[in-house]
Design a protein around this ligand. Structure first.
Ligand code: ADP
Length: 281
């Protein structure tokens, strides 16, 4: 399918606006999406070691952006910069800017706890708290001192495609659920505070194929309402569910960013093609 993208590539060869799956569609719904996340000259170090190098990227609002690349190329580091999870790593040092809705999340006046409410995160291993399903979902709001009503809990569970399966069992421990259900509970926990962005770090890699497929379907649904940024080592998964793909390669360099179809079918960079076709060293 031909891309209808008309924006010029920037000097890193990245395209920054039109959504991959919409581009080349009926044309009526496609259009430049607003940028919600932007990295400018982002460099991250762990002590002496540099994990991200001069990263510039503009991620559009809504849809799924996949972050792919070989192990150790900085994918998780990039994700953790977005909601300042790297603050929790003593050795980590961040230089440059990471803008959320145009505001640098590293500005002194940004409260990381409030930021993480707007930019939720889901990890590789489902990690519900040893609490009831209800308390798990309510957690993010409660830490902000808010009362949580039953409707909010139900809505979050419904959006996470879990309500039907666990209705009436809200007082059972979250740890009683299957792995796939636990991961959807973690997604419900992340969306209960009504975030704008969901960061997902290999959210399905610990799950069996059926549970993975459910999570992928859910991610596509969630992307109608939220901006999803997902790290995955599974290239088929990236190709299946993402609109945009960012390819990081060794050394923490963002080598190419663009519509997923283009990245997988006709990337601009030989190194990206080699990686995607498995020729990468
Ligand atoms: P990826 O997610 O692509 O596998 P990471 O972001 O986890 O890559 O890691 C990028 C680089 O940063 C790697 O060399 C890794 O060893 C290093 N790194 C990641 N986390 C830490 C940490 N907490 N302390 C020190 N080095 C780290």
């Amino acid at each position: 399918m031909e891309s209808t993208e008309s924006e010029p590539a920037d000097d890193h060869g990245t395209s920054v606006t039109a959504r991959g799956k919409d581009a080349g569609g009926d044309g009526a719904t496609a259009g430049p999406a607003r940028t919600i996340l932007e990295a400018r000259d982002l460099n991250v170090y762990y002590g002496e070691e540099q994990a991200l190098r001069d990263v510039d990227i503009e991620i559009p609002e809504k849809g799924v952006t996949a972050v792919i690349g070989p192990s150790g190329c900085g994918k998780s580091t990039f994700l953790r910069c977005i909601n300042r999870m790297n603050d929790l790593v003593d050795a980590a040092r961040v230089e440059g800017e990471l803008l959320f809705d145009g505001k640098n999340v590293y500005d002194d006046d940004v409260d990381p706890v409030a930021l993480r409410r707007k930019i939720g995160m889901v990890f590789q291993q489902p990690n519900p708290f040893p609490k009831s399903i209800r308390d798990n979902v309510a957690y993010g709001l409660k830490v902000q001192g808010e009362d949580v009503d039953e409707e909010t809990i139900h809505q979050a569970l419904e959006r996470a495609a879990l309500l039907e399966e666990i209705d009436g069992r809200l007082d059972e421990s979250g740890l009683e659920l299957s792995g796939g259900q636990q991961q959807r509970l973690c997604i419900a926990r992340a969306i209960a505070p009504d975030p704008d962005v969901l960061l997902m770090d290999e959210p399905a890699s610990a799950l069996d194929p059926v549970a993975t497929s459910k999570i992928e379907d859910l991610i596509e649904d969630l992307a109608e309402e939220y901006t999803v940024v997902i790290v995955t080592h599974n290239m088929q998964q990236a190709a299946r569910i993402s609109d945009k793909t960012a390819v990081f390669l060794t050394g923490g360099e963002l080598v190419e960013f663009g519509n997923t179809e283009k990245i997988f079918e006709n990337p601009d960079h030989d190194r990206v093609e080699d990686y995607i076709t498995g020729k990468f060293g």
